[in-house]
Design a binder for this molecule. Structure first.
Ligand code: SAM
Length: 221
């Protein structure tokens, strides 16, 4: 998994689908509104969340298991090598669908945050879309729905304060190319996507959740 992501690093750094978007703007808006000063960007990939938060004046540490992504710290979301409450804000964007153990990852993000956790990810859109995602990129684990996200967050000792949905149009061909999906596989992926393919785009549903650490403090094991 890590080598694959290191090989893909340049594509994710330069990808228009990743380096901008209303979901990225919302992360900055929520962080700014909360007045947080320090942040951890989990699964930073091309570093777009870290970059935008630094531009907004935050002190940011980035993490990712793929050394080729050049994170500040090489680690998986399931085991974050930081003390409890190390960062005001912990954020992860468009990556949790790759985490092998999403519940453990959310627990870890809640543990190392002192105030706020923000999660942005593609939403569950049905089993055919899951099949398409896995065929396009075998490192895809699963997209989750809003109620699943709420349950993961609450089980980690987080209160979901707000959530928003987005429709995310992504250029289809670069989306396939980023994962080296071509030939018959690409044809089958497009078939499975059905009416999610609109012109030259694939349109995905995306969710963003803004969560506060529960006042009680203790995070369930
Ligand atoms: C689509 S990229 C992330 C995009 C980036 N966060 C952004 O906003 O543009 C997905 C990233 O997840 C990372 N990743 C995969 N499995 C992971 C895990 N178990 N823990 C943390 N990161 C993981 C990959 O190395 C990759 O850099």
């Amino acid at each position: 998994m890590t080598d694959i992501w290191s090989e893909r690093a340049e594509q994710y750094r330069t990808s228009d689908a990743h380096r901008e978007g209303p979901d990225l703007d919302l992360v900055v808006e929520w962080a700014t509104a909360a007045g947080v000063r320090t942040a951890l960007d989990v699964a930073t990939g091309g570093g777009h969340v870290a970059r935008r938060l630094r531009e907004a004046g935050l002190e940011v540490v980035s993490s990712d298991p793929a050394p080729g992504m050049s994170p500040d710290v090489v680690c998986r979301a399931e085991h974050l090598p930081f003390a409890d409450g190390s960062f005001d804000l912990v954020v992860t964007r468009v990556a949790a669908h790759h985490f092998e153990d999403v519940r453990q990852s959310v627990r870890e993000m809640a543990r190392v945050a002192s105030k706020l956790v923000i999660v942005v990810d593609n939403c569950f859109m049905g089993e055919e879309i899951e099949e398409a995602e896995k065929l396009r990129d075998p490192s895809h684990v699963r997209n989750y729905g809003a109620e699943e996200w709420r349950a993961f967050c609450e089980a980690a000792g987080l209160n979901v304060e707000e959530y928003r949905f987005f429709e995310k149009p992504i250029l289809l061909q670069p989306w396939l190319d980023r994962c080296g999906c071509e030939g018959d596989d690409a044809v089958r992926v497009v078939e499975l996507l059905g009416d999610r393919v609109q012109g030259t785009n694939v349109v995905l549903d995306r969710i963003a959740l803004c969560c506060l650490k529960s006042k009680g403090g203790a995070v369930p094991a």
